[in-house]
Design a protein around this ligand. Structure first.
Ligand SMILES: [Zn+2]
Ligand SMILES: [Zn+2]
Length: 181
């Protein structure tokens, strides 16, 4: 494991959210679409099933996508803004079957706030480790999906939308889901 488990989960979750904003279609077309995303990505806690929640989640995506394109100073500005706006207060907590990990907003905070803070906390780890190079755009021509390269040898080049090694990603997701449920 390169980073703490919650950091890796946060990075993967952020990439998955960014990639729902597709150039040729909306990956979160309606409240039911967000419900499916919530379940598929192992989110827990407060979930309102409302249009307002859906729109707040959609509004977060371009801010997170920007992190994949920005230099370190701009990433820091985005991360700090997300943490500040969310009134983030890091606390070590333990819940379900997970070991102690960081939460920076309460579990009953709005979903978009928790998504923003989880992403920001994970990105803060990347910045501190000097590892922003792990954030990549899919190498498949025409694909603009983002990815996080968590491989030991920094070999990952393709997103998980069928462009590359789908099996490896499925295995990673299964491990993540198993650890979160
Ligand atoms: Zn947790
Ligand atoms: Zn791709």
């Amino acid at each position: 494991m390169l980073f703490a488990h919650d950091t890796e989960c946060g990075l993967i979750a952020a990439a998955a959210l960014v990639n729902t904003d597709e150039p040729d279609g909306e990956g979160l077309p309606d409240v039911a679409g967000l419900d499916r995303f919530f379940v598929a990505n192992g989110w827990t806690g407060r979930h309102e099933h409302t249009e307002a929640e859906l729109h707040a989640v959609r509004r977060l995506r371009p801010r997170l996508r920007r992190i994949w394109h920005a230099d370190v100073d701009e990433v820091v500005a985005i991360v700090n803004a997300l943490l500040r706006e969310s009134h983030a207060l890091p606390q070590l907590i333990r819940h379900d079957d997970q070991p102690y990990h960081l939460h920076a907003v309460p579990r009953d905070a709005p979903l978009a706030t928790r998504m923003a803070v989880e992403a920001a906390m994970a990105m803060a780890d990347l910045v501190r480790a000097g590892e922003l190079g792990r954030l990549r755009i899919c190498a498949h021509p025409g694909c603009e999906n983002v990815l996080v390269d968590l491989s030991k040898n920094r070999s990952r080049r393709f997103c998980e939308a069928g462009c590359g090694n789908r099996a490896a990603v499925n295995a990673y997701r299964a491990r993540k889901a198993a650890s979160r449920s």
